[in-house]
Write a protein that binds this ligand. Structure first.
Ligand SMILES: [Zn+2]
Length: 486
């Protein structure tokens, strides 16, 4: 009985502490959810109250979207009922600080972390005990100027950004990092337990970027990134899905924000519950994401890569009225005429390759064009035909006017796991024939049985608009060189 009374008292005392402002010099706007989680927006510019309220509003809907609507609320993993032996926020408050990078910010509790405003918007934690991590988000208090500047560097084909929608996108992006931190510490992205930070962004940043679309923010999801050479430095951003459509041939685990498209694929095909259970599964074995993905999708990883490659080629992500924002995937463009391959550049040039194609060079993608001798405008950085680990090369082949159907073969010159080849035949009548994937092990040469397959459908070469090969490297680490033979 006594103990019970005492507990109640403690609870009252704690509540009193929680509702006090963190410090005298800053002001706050606060919100408390039914699950006990609190949000607290801190600002120290007296004119910042209105913006603080906008931020609070955006943060409330971000938290609700993630936890209530998208299911990131499993006990033992969620922010509201975490595993206290793994990671928890002792006051159960997500703090959001508004500040600037060029002025002195004086949030006492942030200490040296005040200088992180240089990286804002960003998420971080303050570790205050073995499993105690105080979650906080830093946002530029001059958000509108920040976005207008960003917009100037990185003009969006979707038009001018709406600041309020953008703010909501930013909040749900950072809130994803907050929520996922208590699931799997963002796979130790911060490097606290010594994991190499650069190789986890395919999950952490790709997923956060995908969640931006849940707040209606699309500019960064569809961004194709940019590269700017300034007198003193290079500004570079990998944008979002259209960066991936331009550069599909990159090792899967090296992908960053552009992997948002993969999470769209996962969500459409397997549902958010699969992504949520993947996020749980990754806590116990962050290195085993191949197995984890197989478990939550019920599909072997090779098939998953093939299906994803197919969606990328066909732009099949159920984007509906937004599908026009996603550009077609970049491909090497070949012509087959008089028994030989001809490589096409972006300016009408042709180069005869003979009966073997040994290049994956790309001469045109959207508005980008290159002539022979110039760097490839898309795909990867090398001219030699090769495909990165867990990535896909796309090769488009058209037939000359009187050309016979070539018996195309793929030679795998790699030393790792097989290359999977998917054949897509687009007819002039508008149909698409898609063959079962063919597996080509290292050192082997295999025919794609093109003439035989087309005979089944009674198709003539003149019925074909184009043929596309999707060459997926199923090796987790090794780049695979290859040749296409006719
Ligand atoms: Zn992020």
């Amino acid at each position: 009985m006594n103990a019970r009374v005492q507990n109640t008292c403690w609870a009252l005392v704690l509540l009193g502490v929680i509702t006090l402002p963190a410090e005298a010099s800053s002001q706050t706007r606060e919100y408390r959810f039914g699950d006990g989680t609190g949000l607290c927006v801190h600002f120290n510019d007296p004119s910042g109250a209105e913006f603080a309220e906008q931020v609070l509003d955006a943060a409330v809907s971000a938290y609700q979207t993630l936890t209530q609507f998208e299911g990131f609320h499993t006990p033992g993993y969620s922010f509201a009922s975490p595993d206290k032996n793994y990671a928890y926020d002792p006051d159960q408050i997500i703090d959001i600080y508004l500040g600037t990078s060029d002025e002195e910010n004086a949030y006492e509790e942030l200490g040296a972390k005040n200088k992180l405003f240089r990286d804002a918007p960003c998420f971080d934690t303050r570790k205050t005990g073995s499993a105690r991590y105080e979650a906080f988000i830093l946002l530029p208090s001059n958000y509108e100027a920040f976005i207008r500047n960003w917009e100037q560097m990185n003009p969006s084909p979707l038009g001018k950004r709406n600041i309020n929608v953008d703010l909501r996108g930013t909040l749900i992006h950072e809130m994803t990092h907050v929520i996922v931190f208590y699931y799997n510490k963002n796979l130790d992205k911060a490097g606290e337990e010594s994991a190499p930070s650069a190789h986890l962004d395919w999950y952490v940043e790709g997923l956060a970027r995908y969640f931006e679309t849940f707040a209606g923010a699309r500019h960064d999801f569809y961004s194709q990134g940019f590269k700017q050479t300034l007198p003193d430095r290079i500004r570079f951003s990998r944008g979002g899905s259209n960066y991936f459509m331009r550069y599909p041939d990159q090792a899967f685990t090296g992908l960053r924000y552009e992997n948002a498209l993969f999470w769209r694929f996962m969500d459409v095909r397997f549902g958010m519950s699969a992504i949520e259970s993947l996020s749980r599964r990754l806590r116990s074995s962050p290195g085993e994401f191949k197995e984890a993905l197989e478990e939550v999708t019920g599909m072997d990883f090779k098939t998953l890569l093939e299906r994803y490659a197919t969606s990328v080629l066909l732009g099949d992500f159920e984007l509906k009225e937004e599908s026009g924002y996603l550009h077609p995937v970049a491909s090497t463009k070949l012509l087959f005429d008089e028994g030989e391959f001809i490589l096409l550049d972006g300016r009408g040039g042709r180069e005869n390759l003979g009966r073997i194609c040994r290049t994956d060079w790309i001469g045109s993608w959207e508005d980008e064009q290159a002539s022979f001798g110039e760097a490839s405008v898309a795909g990867d950085a090398t001219e030699a035909a090769d495909v990165s680990a867990w990535a896909t090369d796309y090769v488009q082949l058209r037939l000359g006017p009187d050309s016979a159907l070539p018996d195309i073969k793929l030679k795998n010159l790699g030393e790792g796991q097989p290359i999977s080849v998917q054949l897509f035949v687009f007819t002039r009548g508008g149909s698409l024939l898609q063959a079962e994937p063919i597996t080509v092990v290292r050192g082997a040469t295999r025919s794609l049985d093109l003439p035989k397959r087309l005979a089944l459908y009674s198709l003539d070469p003149s019925d074909l608009e184009k043929i596309v090969l999707a060459l997926t490297n199923t090796d987790p680490q090794k780049t695979s060189p290859y040749e296409i033979l006719a």
